[in-house]
Design a binder for this molecule. Structure first.
Ligand code: SF4
Length: 264
């Protein structure tokens, strides 16, 4: 298992658990707002910086009785071929497991959940179907094709095999209230859905893409209808206002009563 880092304690990442968070390298998406370019972009990943698996398990052994869970995040953890064995080993040590995923490998997600290897799944739902290619930095793909893949994971989780949450990082320049309303109609009946406020960072994935940022993802042209406050280094992305977040939550709650905001 390739591991890129370890946060030794978190009270936030895994609901109800005192956990550590382990990061896996590599991702199949290029969300321009992503805060982890060093995990996502192969050119920024150094093999020397990887954490040997046995060091992680030694750490876990020493934390028995102190930590109760492990949150596995990325990058995109389902890209790791030996993820099931890794999760199984964590479970055998008596820890709960939370998996973060972008939902783009539904078969792996199903295998892991059906094998009882996770207690909680947090899945990103990036945007309404028509904006999937833009929001995931995959302009070469059709949004409908991307959405169909994600929808398989959404439907699976909504069948209730495991505790889960959906989460959407709301980015000024990428999301409108109408997008969130449309998405809410599709997530009707979801257990939990979090709208997370985007906060600009020094380095985001979009800064490293050709024709950096949202402008690049859109072929260099931002729509004239997206004014936004002063954009950061990544052209066109900005922090949505408190008012915008609340307006979106209110629009979404007509369809998903459990929707909540995070980070505002
Ligand atoms: S935010 Fe997007 S690019 Fe970043 S790790 Fe998640 S899915 Fe990958």
């Amino acid at each position: 298992m390739r591991l890129a880092g370890l946060q030794k304690l978190t009270l936030l990442d895994f609901p109800g658990q005192i956990a550590c968070t382990v990061f896996t390298p590599g991702c199949n998406l290029r969300c321009p707002f992503c805060h982890n370019p060093d995990l996502v972009l192969p050119a920024l990943l150094s093999e020397e910086d990887l954490l040997p698996e046995e060091i992680f398990f030694d750490f876990l052994q020493k934390r028995k009785g102190k930590l109760t869970g492990v949150a596995v995040t990325g990058g995109e953890p389902t890209l790791q071929p030996d993820l099931p064995q890794f999760l199984s080993r964590i479970r055998e040590m008596g820890f709960g497991v939370k998996l973060d995923t972008n939902g783009f490998r539904p078969q792996i997600l199903k295998e892991i959940v059906n094998a009882g290897l996770v207690d909680y799944v947090a899945m990103d739902v990036k945007n309404c179907p028509g904006k999937y290619a833009l929001t995931t930095g995959r302009p070469e793909k059709r949004s409908g094709e991307l959405w169909d893949t994600v929808l398989e994971s959404i439907f699976f989780l909504m069948e209730g095999h495991v505790a889960y949450e959906f989460r959407t990082t709301v980015v000024g320049g990428l999301h409108t209230t109408e997008d969130i309303r449309q998405l809410a109609q599709l997530l009707r009946g979801a257990d939990q859905w979090y709208l997370q406020q985007y906060h600009p960072a020094d380095d985001v994935v979009g800064d490293f893409l050709p024709n950096a940022g949202l402008g690049g993802a859109m072929g260099g042209h931002l729509p004239a209808s997206e004014p936004g406050p002063e954009p950061g280094r990544t052209s066109g992305l900005y922090e949505p206002s408190f008012q915008m977040m609340n307006e979106m939550r209110s629009a979404a709650s007509a369809y998903v009563p459990s929707v909540r905001t995070r980070g505002i």
